[in-house]
Design a protein around this ligand. Sequence first.
Ligand SMILES: Nc1nc2c(c(=O)[nH]1)N[C@H]1C(S)=C(S)[C@@H](COP(=O)(O)OP(=O)(O)OC[C@H]3O[C@@H](n4cnc5c(=O)[nH]c(N)nc54)[C@H](O)[C@@H]3O)O[C@H]1N2
Ligand SMILES: Nc1nc2c(c(=O)[nH]1)N[C@H]1C(S)=C(S)[C@@H](COP(=O)(O)OP(=O)(O)OC[C@H]3O[C@@H](n4cnc5c(=O)[nH]c(N)nc54)[C@H](O)[C@@H]3O)O[C@H]1N2
Ligand code: SF4
Ligand SMILES: [Mo]
Length: 696
Amino acid sequence: MTATQTHCPYCALQCGMTLTPEIPRVRLEPADFPVNRGGLCAKGFSAADLLDHPDRLLTPLVRKEPGNRDSPLREASWEEAYSLIVAAIGKSRERYGNDSVGAFGGGGLTNEKAYALGKFVRVALRSSAIDYNGRFCMSSAATAANRSLGVDRGLPFPLADVAKARTVLLVGANPADAMPPSMQYLDEGRAAGAKHIVVDPRRTNTAAGAYLHLQPSPGTDLALANGLLHIALKEGLVDSAFVEERTEGFAGVRAAVNSYWPERVERITGVPEAQLRETVRLLATETPSMILTARGAEQHSNGTDTAQAWLNLALALGLVGRPFSGYGTITGQGNGQGGREHGQKADQLPGYRRLDDPAARAHVAGVWGIDPDELPMPGLSAYEMLDRLGTDGGVRVLMVLASNIAVSAPHSNHVIERLRSLDFLVVSDIFESETAALADVVLPTAQWAEEEGTMTNLEGRVLRRRRALPPPPMVKPDLTVLADLAELLGRGRFFTDDPRAVFDELRRASAGGLADYNGITWERIDAEQGVFWPCPSEDHPGTPRLFADGFPRPGGRAKFIRVEHRDAAELPDTTYPYVLTTGRNMQHYQSGTQTRRVKALTVALPEPRAEIHPDLARRHGIADGDLVELRSRRGAATLRARLSDGIRPDTVFAPFHWPGANALTNPALDPHSKMPAFKVCAVSIAPAAPEGTQIR
Ligand SMILES: Nc1nc2c(c(=O)[nH]1)N[C@H]1C(S)=C(S)[C@@H](COP(=O)(O)OP(=O)(O)OC[C@H]3O[C@@H](n4cnc5c(=O)[nH]c(N)nc54)[C@H](O)[C@@H]3O)O[C@H]1N2
Ligand SMILES: Nc1nc2c(c(=O)[nH]1)N[C@H]1C(S)=C(S)[C@@H](COP(=O)(O)OP(=O)(O)OC[C@H]3O[C@@H](n4cnc5c(=O)[nH]c(N)nc54)[C@H](O)[C@@H]3O)O[C@H]1N2
Ligand code: SF4
Ligand SMILES: [Mo]
């Protein structure tokens, strides 16, 4: 029995695990990897249940009546599925041009698949229409880091550094539920006397264990951060030497925060002045200290500016680039980091290069063996693309790999209507997700334990996903599908489905870019338990910590950017008097395609629960466990109520792991990153008839 060391299929922690072949299929055990150190959460522990799940897609599916997506799906051969796809692509390109065919990718794809998908769209389809679900995840924080620090690597230090910080401020982050094994580092720090401060409208499991819990109204974090910087300036806590020597642009920020006096910030956010003062004093004096943001701070129509406000604070206090200190954003999806580096973003080429940069185009075109002029220019961001599906100038034939947008995109009723209006939809998945159920052709894909590839975790550590067993006989990995389709489109010579060959090509394509993987090899990953990018050559040690010597910006300085509070795109009014915010439960993952099929997890949490304060519930005659109808300007959803005095009385929380939450959410986009406002919309609440969870 040979054991295979690999990593969890779910989140960006990428916990190490060991798979050993065993009847009926495989035994899964936690591994002593530097990130999880023997820990796994309930999702990771039960991940192998999906390998031989009875719902697993085992053959391609096509419609019984071609062209009629209301007719049932039936099993088909790969030849038949491919010929339908290629015919649809050909027809659309002929009638509407190359940009009428596009793809939507995912941050769960390996580096190789994300890279191959970006290349497939640009080289095989010759289209600009590609983006991915990372746009919905942390694109705002990535945009802020790029413009301010010159590079976006979620954590610019190893996760273990968190244990060494004396103060940690977690803004809109709930790692106790989202990444339970990461809590060992916070616990270790606390045991050594560290103080943790959590900023969250709910008293989450993370907040419950913290020294201080700030409970702002959703969507007001920017004012909070500016208010903290205002106090830091007034109390002489700013690190002037750091600001002077290592940054630029502070004068504008100083002028901006001048008007964020504590009483005003308390009025906007609801956070008492005493808590504001204590927070900033701890950050400035109980050092080393860190500011970490996650989706609660970032998924807003002002998400980039909000992340920037926290970055401004970290820079002003001189935290960035010092040991066990700094600013980081906690990456979410399994390959959320690598997935945003290698070209499945609308504006991007591998190595975190810009598609509109002539030097980048020349380099990547050289590696790909094409003329740079053949490369399209940047296309539309995720929601903008989805919003225009099936319209004049929009995408008419869409391929979706590794995302369940019918559940996870904002304003989902509209997105579903747009998906239905497509001429042709192809979905590659492990299961018949809600998005796959709308497709003309569904392609069955290999799972994590059945394929080789690399993943880049939340620390920027490049890891190997290793194959423990073969996929079922009729199931093809995404790399094979892309290479096969490229061949049928006459561009096969540019593609291979060998993961190692794709990785080696990715290394060359990334060489000299910000996310430089050139020196990373499978052998080094094996020997060093992962390698941190940038790693420009095989004799380079990799870069666990960024910014010690400078910032990859002109002049080497980090840049302050002036940002101002703006109200959320939608505020409560008399018809929709409460704020809905959305997020995660510990037991389920994302749109739920995978975890809603794991028995242990559905027993632990069978259905979505709307968290409501008892005072708010009482006002509407709602008891714990009652069905309630939430309604927004865009739709309605019926969920069971969970009363909790840990949430603000003006705020309701709903998880998005089931269809429902996104029927309500607002697709207002952040202008800089195109991040939707998942964390704030206005809703009404009323008791519902007891007929089960429904969406309308
Ligand atoms: N169990 C589980 N774990 C996961 C995932 C999963 O689906 N399930 N997904 C993975 C992925 S892709 C991601 S991106 C990460 C996400 O990890 P997190 O960002 O930690 O998760 P969320 O629940 O989306 O949001 C965190 C918190 O933000 C709070 N919040 C809401 N609005 C605001 C606000 O305006 N301001 C502030 N300060 N806080 C606010 C919410 O109450 C919530 O507790 O988790 C990863 N891990
Ligand atoms: N309301 C609200 N909505 C949100 C959020 C929120 O906080 N609130 N968070 C947003 C965030 S942070 C994220 S990351 C998105 C995530 O939302 P989605 O993009 O929908 O993410 P998943 O549910 O992980 O979807 C991945 C799909 O791909 C399949 N899959 C897994 N691995 C592979 C593979 O290798 N190949 C292929 N072809 N398929 C695979 C899975 O079975 C699953 O159906 O949701 C966003 N939506
Ligand atoms: S924390 Fe994330 S990577 Fe670790 S076991 Fe859980 S889901 Fe998997
Ligand atoms: Mo995410």
